[in-house]
Design a protein around this ligand. Structure first.
Ligand SMILES: [Zn+2]
Length: 172
């Protein structure tokens, strides 16, 4: 029998399901012409999620938090801009994908953490929102480098590299 990873009693989502969920959002907000941070702001506006910055310890990126049925996304303002944006998208991911599981998610940096599928799912979702596959494939077709893609989409080069490799391996 295959060993199962236990985390929060969650039924894990396949990557396809997460990608599909992100696509639903991208389609929904396409008419507004928003992307990156303005897309995240738009989602939070519409669903009345309060977004705040806090001076957290460096080992802490952000959190999704609920109080009196009000959702909050709290982001560590000490993060560099690319990490900040990714964390924002990651917390929106917890809200979109996981809020029925529980109301609070405390999210540290990926390093030094034990593998947690729920965190992994929120990361996949964040990458889908911030680096939409169709757009990134178009960028690659038109010869943009990973460095340029990272700059345009305001993500770290690491995140852009990971995404480009992932999409290239799929589009063969
Ligand atoms: Zn998280």
């Amino acid at each position: 029998m295959a060993e199962q990873t236990i985390s929060d009693g969650v039924d894990f989502m396949t990557k396809e399901v997460i990608v599909e969920q992100a696509q639903i959002i991208l389609e929904k907000y396409k008419p507004f012409g928003v992307a990156g941070m303005s897309l995240l702001d738009k989602i939070c506006d519409e669903y009345n999620i309060i977004v705040e910055q806090h001076m957290f310890h460096n080992s802490f990126n952000g959190m999704l938090w609920t109080k009196n049925r009000q959702y909050y996304i709290l982001i560590n303002c000490n993060l560099c801009p690319s990490r900040w944006l990714f964390t924002y998208a990651h917390e929106v991911g917890h809200w979109w994908l996981h809020r029925h599981i529980r109301g609070n998610f405390f999210c540290g940096p990926p390093n030094g953490q034990t593998y947690n599928p729920v965190e992994h799912e929120a990361n996949i979702f964040a990458a889908e929102l911030l680096l939409p596959r169709e757009q990134i494939l178009q960028c690659l077709d038109s010869g943009l480098t990973v460095k340029k893609i990272a700059r345009i989409y305001r993500v770290s080069e690491e995140a852009a590299t990971y995404r480009v490799k992932e999409l290239q391996s799929r589009s063969v």
